[in-house]
Structures are given as structure tokens and as C-alpha cells.
Design a binder for this molecule. Structure first.
Ligand code: SF4
Length: 333
């Protein structure tokens, strides 16, 4: 009879071989591709990531291409994905890989952890998935499965890492085990209504046996969201170009924004339009801030010095946050 970690690891590996989704970064397990996919998937849904992933790789096919690119171009390719710090750190990481590792993404967790933007989870993912090293990983999906299988009632992270280490030490194929755990969390052991009837770990799952699946993982209190109202100005010239400004605020620096009212989020002085007409309102959420934008069609007599006219057709070359797209869509209605 195999030990519990060995038995669980084997069940996950074999389930993954039969049920894995065909994803582009699983074609060759190129370490740069695995790294990019893991960074994009943090805080972003798979369906959204898939389109961005291939466009990003077309633009920056290798680590060296990414390291040689300007921050402006990298942010432009990331525009709409949100959490732009990820893109900056990825580029910083690529520069470090070229400068210190000759352009080859290193294999060991210890070396990976020396690269900017790579933390314990991403290092484990690259080491195990791309290089087949026995490195544990715990993301939200894995933490949830482990909390249920081992019935961990305290906030699960520390204990989950211990169990993940035991499983990977006992596994046959760390690439299959770790992806299998993530995939099980995404497809079967979901946050609500887990599909225990088709789960390969049902016989091992302590929460299932104790009828306590809904009690774990214990949820941490959600951060409160703050509501903001911000007026936005759509100012067009005779050629249909749009007035924008590159911001330097701490949340969205180096991105091009539409002129807007004074707000602590975007950290800019108010821009008073000479005439304006309300085009509509829309909602947008940034981390813990819920924003209601009012979009005005506006005319101004004099263009302020640090603003630029941007052709909407070339917006894909200009780093901009996703609310800008929502505004342009609203204006086009
Ligand atoms: Fe999750 Fe249910 Fe499987 Fe347990 S049996 S791991 S709760 S899906």
C-alpha cells in the first residue's frame, strides 16, 4: 500500500494525463512561455489570458526580445490586462535573465528567486513545470484543494506549503503533479459546488468524509472596496485624434490616460473643459477601488503643455489602462 502522499500524487498525475486542457504553454514547456503564462494568470482569467499570451509572444518571442524592449512597448502589449506592475517586473526579470544567466531561464528555485518579480509560487511553477524539478507550488486553487483533502481549518497557506512539499517529494512527475493540482482546483474542486462525484481524490479527502467541504478553506475577511466618482473628458481634434496624457502617479505610472477630474487614484490636477456634454457613465474596478466614470464629450480652447493627441487606430501601440477602452466603446455607441 503506497503512503498517503504517494497515493494522492499518483492519482493527481494520472487524472491530469487524461483531463488536461490543451494550452499553448503546454506545447513545448519552454521556460519563458511557462513564466509568461504564470505571470499573466495571476489575477486574470484564463479566457482573457489566452488572447494576450499569443499576441505578447508574437511581439516578444524570446527572453532576449523582452529584455531589449522599451517599457513603453511592453506596457502597450499588456494594455487591458491590468495590474501593470506585473509587466514591468516581467521585463526587469527578463533583463536579469539576460545579464546574469546568458538569456537562459534558470532551473533551480534558489536561482529563480534571485530574479525580480519571481516569488516562491512562480519559482516553483517554472522549476517544476518547465524543468521538471521537484519544487512545490501553492496558489489559490492548490491551497483550496489541500485545505479540503487534509481538512486544514486555520488559514491554509503555511500548512498548504508543507503538504505541497510532501506531495512533490513523493511524486513521479512534478510537471504533471503541480499542473494537475492547479487544474483540479480550476475544474473540479471549485470554490463553490465542488464536483466531488468526479474527483480522483474523493477517497483521500478528509473534508468530504467529514461532510465539511463547505467549511474549508476558511475565508479571510475581504478588504473593503472604496467607491470613487471621476469625470472623464473625451476631447477630439478635427482628425478624430484623442487628447491623452502620460501619467506618473504611483498606481498607473507611465500609462496614457484620458483627461479626468481630480482624483486621488490618478493623481492629477483637475482639467476644466470649456464646454462638455455627458455621453454616459460606466463602472470600473481597480484593486479595492470601485470607480464610476462619467464620460463627457468636451472641447477646450487651449491644449495643456503635457498632453498629446493620439490616433485611436494606433491605440495598441500606446500603453493605456482598460478603462480607456471602455470609454471609447461608450463614445462609439
Ligand atoms: Fe475537492 Fe470534493 Fe475532491 Fe475533496 S472530494 S478534493 S472537496 S472535489
Amino acid at each position: 500500500m503506497p503512503s498517503a502522499p504517494r497515493r494522492i500524487a499518483r492519482r493527481v498525475e494520472s487524472w491530469f494525463r487524461e483531463n488536461r486542457r490543451a494550452l499553448p504553454w503546454r506545447e513545448a514547456y519552454n521556460p519563458y512561455h511557462v513564466w509568461l503564462s504564470e505571470v499573466m494568470l495571476q489575477q486574470t482569467r484564463m479566457e482573457v489570458v489566452l488572447g494576450y499570451y499569443s499576441r505578447f509572444l508574437n511581439r516578444f518571442p524570446t527572453v532576449r526580445d523582452l529584455a531589449a524592449a522599451s517599457e513603453h512597448d511592453v506596457l502597450a502589449a499588456w494594455s487591458g490586462l491590468g495590474y501593470y506592475r506585473r509587466a514591468r517586473m516581467l521585463r526587469d526579470g527578463a533583463i536579469a535573465v539576460v545579464e546574469r544567466f546568458g538569456g537562459e531561464v534558470p532551473e533551480s528555485v534558489e536561482e529563480l528567486l534571485t530574479i525580480p518579480g519571481i516569488g516562491r509560487y512562480t519559482a516553483g511553477a517554472i522549476a517544476s513545470i518547465a524543468h521538471q524539478r521537484k519544487a512545490p507550488i501553492v496558489d489559490g486553487n492548490v491551497a483550496r484543494i489541500l485545505a479540503r483533502v487534509f481538512l486544514i481549518r486555520e488559514p491554509p497557506l503555511a500548512a498548504a506549503w508543507r503538504h505541497a512539499e510532501e506531495l512533490v517529494a513523493a511524486c513521479t512527475d512534478p510537471r504533471e503533479l503541480n499542473q494537475g493540482l492547479m487544474e483540479l482546483g480550476a475544474l473540479v474542486c471549485k470554490p463553490t459546488n465542488p464536483r466531488c462525484d468526479v474527483c480522483p481524490l474523493q477517497k483521500d479527502c478528509v473534508a468530504f468524509a467529514a461532510n465539511a467541504v463547505d467549511e474549508v478553506p476558511v475565508r479571510e475577511a475581504k478588504k473593503k472596496t472604496r467607491a470613487l466618482r471621476i469625470p472623464l473628458y473625451l476631447i477630439r481634434d478635427a482628425k478624430g485624434r484623442i487628447l491623452m496624457r502620460r501619467e506618473s502617479g504611483k498606481l498607473m505610472n507611465a500609462m496614457f490616460h484620458l483627461p479626468h477630474g481630480n482624483s486621488e487614484l490618478l493623481e492629477t490636477p483637475p482639467l476644466e473643459a470649456d464646454t462638455r456634454q455627458l455621453l454616459g457613465t460606466f463602472r470600473h474596478t481597480v484593486t479595492t477601488r470601485r470607480i464610476e466614470f462619467s464620460l463627457y464629450d468636451a472641447v477646450i480652447a487651449r491644449v495643456p503643455r503635457d498632453y498629446t493627441w493620439i490616433d485611436p487606430a494606433s491605440m495598441h501601440d500606446v500603453p493605456h489602462p482598460s478603462y480607456v477602452r471602455k470609454a471609447l466603446k461608450l463614445a462609439a455607441r
